[in-house]
Design a protein around this ligand. Structure first.
Ligand code: UDX
Ligand code: UDX
Length: 462
């Protein structure tokens, strides 16, 4: 049993803390946000992550987890292990904003009283651990203290919506370390999560930091690759589902992360892809491939919105528009870099009357758009609107039958997630715009040229 401090009770920090508590460690969570701390002290997870509420309650009942609002308080108990899980959002130029990481390192250096292993779990550019080490050393020097400590990198690979499984049954655990002592502490800590040979992967700190970016950039690359192929499929008469199936059956390729859509969003892929480009710039290595991945993703969103505008024109003041799905993917309430934000902004520019629904993310979207959009149930929306836009593939939506959409005034759907069968939609008399499956609809090329008008496509060369 170890005494662990976890700084930051976001999607990553809270999952990390609760999972270690479940394996009999004693965990102190440090969170500076007053509302989050109040919610946690009341035993409630301040966001939606399936299964996390129950595990949190268990940990609280077994006295395995406590919550405090400052690093100073947490370090009084001399935790041997400190995880930094604070946010590292994108700055306008794409670089990662590391101010929270530097603050945490400074506070730790100011308050450390005994040996600790400080671990970066947030995604941070290569070289961050070294700087963290320098900051802590400097703070200890300022206090005339000579304390032994280690810094390590242990990137998270937690998919929101499935984060507990990813933590409790990981494909792999990557750790970047400099000393044997740090390696042993981490090996011991992760022993209960390791069931296969080679699951615990040790490397130097820089390699671990880069592994995280490589992993997310690889997944983002697969998505952008399929998104660009989907555009081509629409132009050449192919169906992207068949193409996906055809390549995924090659065991060297596999089927994961090959679903085309409106483009990837969330708190990681967009930010990490941009940050990797910046890391390249700073190290005099042009990351041309990753740059295109990012560009294709932006284009995919614009292209989707432009399809709507090409079909309906730039004045939507007479139109009631329904939106199903606001979170960046299903099973989360997270709307960071969600396509819904861009789509809603553009539709509001064109004066559309928007009614939206999401099983979890409505209050987060309301915080941005206030009363500029309305909300209703998925079913009621169908009764009220002229056309429907689908932005997240929540299971609840997939249960709808094609005939349920006949009630839409215009009988038009723009589906950014390919939730339905285009043939069935066609036979129900519904105009069903999708991602790379428009040929299955047997739409003639004349018709296609109509909605891909050059003026609106805002063409960019990729
Ligand atoms: C974070 C990082 O943003 C990302 O780089 C990494 O890959 C995954 O971990 P997430 O947990 O989703 O992602 O972030 P967020 O939900 O923003 O949570 C961070 C928490 O840290 C917030 O609750 C914030 O209030 C807290 N925080 C931040 C502190 O408690 N102290 C600080 O000094 C800064
Ligand atoms: C990601 C990583 O998967 C995870 O390991 C960790 O590093 C944090 O970042 P997350 O952002 O929570 O997790 O979700 P993920 O399931 O990876 O999806 C990211 C985005 O890609 C979503 O917008 C999703 O809709 C999109 N996506 C995913 C596709 O468009 N097509 C796919 O085939 C898969």
């Amino acid at each position: 049993m170890s005494r662990i401090a976890v700084i930051g009770a976001g999607y990553v920090g809270l999952v990390t803390g609760v999972c270690f508590a479940q394996k009999n460690n004693f965990v102190t969570i440090i969170e500076k946000d007053k509302n989050k701390i109040e919610s946690l002290l009341a035993g409630k997870v301040p966001f939606y992550e399936p299964g996390l509420d129950d595990l949190l309650k268990n940990a609280i009942n077994q006295n395995k987890i406590v919550f405090v609002n400052s690093i100073n308080k947490a370090l009084k108990d001399n935790p041997q292990i400190i995880f930094s899980c604070v946010g590292t959002p994108s700055m306008p130029d794409g670089d990662a904003d590391l101010s929270a990481v530097w603050n945490v390192a400074t506070e730790v250096g100011k308050n450390l009283n005994d040996y600790c292993l400080f671990i970066n779990k947030s995604t941070v550019p290569v070289g961050t651990a070294k700087k963290v080490e320098n900051i802590i050393s400097q703070e200890l020097k300022n206090r005339d203290l000579s304390l032994d400590f280690d810094v390590a990198s242990n990137p998270e690979f937690l998919k929101e919506g499935d984060a507990l499984n990813d933590f409790l049954m990981p494909d792999r655990i990557v750790v970047g370390i400099k000393t044997d002592k740090a390696k042993k502490i981490l090996e011991n800590l992760y022993k209960p999560f390791v069931s296969k040979k080679d699951q615990f992967i040790c490397m130097n700190i820089e390699s671990a930091e880069l592994t995280k970016y490589a992993s997310n950039a690889m997944l983002a690359t697969r998505i952008s690759f399929m998104n660009q192929l989907a555009l081509l499929a629409d132009k050449v008469g192919a169906d992207i589902f068949d193409v996906k199936n055809g390549i995924a059956k090659d065991s060297r390729i596999g089927s994961a992360f090959l679903n085309p859509g409106i483009g990837y969003g969330g708190s990681c892929f967009p930010k990490d892809v941009k940050a990797l480009i910046k890391i390249g710039e700073k190290n005099n290595q042009e990351m041309s491939m990753i740059r295109v991945v990012d560009k294709v993703n932006d284009y995919q969103r614009q292209n989707f919105i432009n399809k709507i505008i090409s079909y309906y024109g730039r004045n939507l003041s007479e139109k009631k528009v329904g939106i199903w799905g606001l979170s960046f993917k299903p099973e989360t309430d997270d709307i960071r870099s969600a396509p819904s934000i861009d789509v809603i902004k553009r539709l509001l520019d064109y004066e559309a009357d928007i009614i939206a629904y999401d099983p979890q993310a409505q209050s987060n979207i309301r915080n941005i758009f206030d009363n500029k959009i309305k909300f209703d149930s998925a079913k009621n929306i169908l009764n009220k609107v002229d056309f429907l836009i689908i932005l997240t593939e929540w299971k609840e939506f997939l249960n709808y039958k094609t005939n349920d959409f006949k009630i839409l005034n215009d009988k038009v759907i723009f589906d950014g997630r390919n939730c339905f069968d285009p043939i069935k939609m066609k036979s129900a008399g519904i105009r069903y715009f999708n991602i790379g499956r428009n040929n299955i609809n047997k739409i003639t090329f004349e018709e296609k040229n109509f909605f891909y008008s050059k003026e609106d496509l805002n063409e960019i060369s990729l």
